[in-house]
Design a binder for this molecule. Structure first.
Ligand SMILES: Cc1cc2nc3c(=O)[nH]c(=O)nc-3n(C[C@H](O)[C@H](O)[C@H](O)COP(=O)(O)OP(=O)(O)OC[C@H]3O[C@@H](n4cnc5c(N)ncnc54)[C@H](O)[C@@H]3O)c2cc1C
Ligand code: SF4
Length: 494
């Protein structure tokens, strides 16, 4: 049987053809040296790879090398029946493995919809634009997920309307995820990372701390079970809510385990559906979660390939400002705006923030300030424990920064303080007021929103979903002063 080369994001059993298939694992130092990386992300990836190597024992050739080519050179003669690899997750890695004569590249795994199924769906759209909702419904039917015969369970495809509730008074009280226990491999990883940093071979962002996410299959299954039991029932209604004292709320915290390949997306979906069928979780929550996995996660994966390698360079809003140091340094303490300071602190301390903090706080601020989308993508990639090229590029370039001119989302995800105020408890203790746009108490999100609309008025007038906002900005008597105020804020921390 050919040896299966597993990349560090292909660590689950579903990347092997047989449980006893010979395996090649490569720990490449170059992968860490290329760009700064959040300390917790480096730890997680290295720990997961080394745990897999330890688990497989003699079944795996585990090579620690400066780079992939060197490692392959070292093992070449030990690979009896050849080497296969499941399609890797970046354009660069895909090109690399396809250029290696000794490697056979198989279709990718770890997603619910295959490349062929997506291509057929996209081709069937004809001239209609690609839409998540349609992709998701087709996937539900094809995969027989949350269906009662030919009808969606609960009688509806979409419970988004119920799933946009502000945070409840007193919080959700479902308890934060329990971190896994560290072991000797974690301690060895920590020692190595310290040594590499000291030697100047790697640069870290963020703060180190006890590991918070799974690195083995067993830990990942435990985390999945705990989510389904403790948080899934509350996942739906408060999906978009933000609470200062409860950064995870009912979110699954599963993206790192999914992206390391430790969990198969369909097993997560089936576990959630089972909770619904057993009467343990309401349909709105289960549908909301399933939509994230076989809807958004798969959709983003396929768009990464569908839009092509140059998609990352799109900059249709001509946003050219460079990211300020306080943002790249994750200097939350320099920021007075409470929502932004808290979002940055979450990234610094955990390498994680839930979707709405990413989209409507961190990404929204970058969008309003005209920061270069390629730099913003790099920032997210560097600083998140679940950051991988395939998922960052569409989420940042398309969804968050609207740099693709609307290929992915019909309107920019820009919002003022009123949205953040409705969906969070941040504004009460903030020195700014969400309803104020001029003067010392002007909320940087509210004022920034109008300045952003004004800056892009010519582009947005032609967009039926944005023209009302452009007219709204034009009606503001103090628009010129608001724009001047935000220009003078410059790149200072708000
Ligand atoms: C600017 C920006 C950057 C992002 N960067 C990443 C990233 O680097 N890695 C990443 O996995 N997700 C990314 N996301 C998507 C999403 O925010 C995270 O998947 C989610 O917050 C992870 O937390 P969770 O596991 O608690 O998610 P939950 O809210 O519990 O959702 C369940 C799962 O659905 C999937 N999912 C949900 N939304 C998306 C989405 N838009 N794209 C892909 N998968 C999705 C994830 O696998 C997630 O674990 C980004 C979103 C934005 C707006
Ligand atoms: S007032 Fe504005 S800056 Fe302050 S927390 Fe609310 S939205 Fe954020």
């Amino acid at each position: 049987m050919p040896t299966r080369w597993l990349f560090a994001d292909q660590l689950g059993p579903h990347f092997l053809d047989e449980p006893d298939q010979p395996v090649l694992l490569i720990e490449s130092r170059a992968a860490f040296g290329r760009r700064p990386v959040h300390r917790r992300r480096a730890h997680l990836v290295l720990s997961a790879l080394r745990h897999r190597a330890a688990e497989l024992g003699d079944q795996a050739l585990f090579v620690q090398a400066a780079g992939y080519r060197e490692a392959l050179g070292r093992v070449d003669r030990k690979l009896g029946d050849g080497l296969t690899v499941c399609g890797p997750t970046t354009w660069a890695a895909d090109r690399f493995v396809r250029g290696l004569p000794q490697v056979t590249v198989l279709p990718s795994r770890g997603f619910a919809t295959s490349a062929e199924e997506f291509a057929a769906w996209a081709a069937g759209r004809g001239r209609r634009r690609l839409l998540l909702e349609d992709f998701y419904r087709e996937a539900r039917v094809r995969l027989r997920v949350l269906m009662d015969g030919d009808e969606p369970a609960g009688g509806r495809w979409n419970f988004d309307h119920e799933n946009r509730e502000p945070p409840p008074e007193g919080g959700l009280n479902c308890g934060p995820p329990k971190p896994p226990a560290e072991d000797d491999i974690d301690r060895e990883v920590r020692r190595d990372l310290d040594a590499w940093e000291k030697a100047g071979e790697v640069r870290f962002t963020g703060q180190d701390g006890p590991r918070e996410f799974p690195v083995t299959r067993e830990e990942a299954l435990t985390a999945l079970r705990a989510f389904v039991r403790d948080r899934l029932p509350a996942f739906g209604p408060h999906q978009d809510a933000m609470l200062a004292a409860d950064p995870v709320l009912a979110h699954s915290h599963l993206s790192p385990a999914l992206n390391l390949g430790l969990l198969d997306p369909l097993e997560c979906v089936r576990a959630a559906e089972q909770a619904y069928r057993a009467g343990d979780a309401p349909v709105a929550s289960v549908e909301g979660f399933i939509r994230q996995i076989i809807g958004w996660r798969d959709y983003v994966w396929h768009l990464y390939w569908h839009f092509g390698e140059d998609y990352r360079h799109h900059n249709r809003l001509r946003a050219r400002r460079t990211l300020p140091d306080w943002f790249t340094d994750l200097n939350a303490d320099a920021v007075q705006a409470r929502c932004l300071s808290d979002g940055l602190a979450q990234v610094r301390e955990h390498g994680y923030a839930h979707h709405i903090i990413r989209l409507m706080v961190l990404g929204n601020y970058a969008l309003q300030r005209g920061w270069n989308p390629a730099e913003v993508t790099e920032w997210f990639h560097t600083n998140f424990v679940d950051g991988y090229d395939w998922v960052m590029v569409p989420n940042v370039v398309g969804m968050s920064q609207h740099a693709d001119g609307g290929l992915m989302a019909t309107k920019p995800y820009a919002g003022g303080g009123a949205y953040i105020n409705r969906m969070s408890d941040y504004c009460g203790d903030c020195q700014y007021r969400p309803s104020v746009r001029l003067g010392p108490q002007a909320c940087p999100f509210t004022a920034g929103y109008w300045a952003f609309i004004d800056q892009n008025a010519d582009r947005f007038t032609a967009n039926p979903r944005m023209s009302r906002q452009v007219q709204g900005a034009a009606r503001l008597k103090d628009l010129d002063e608001v724009v001047a105020q935000e220009q003078s804020r410059g790149s200072s921390p708000p």
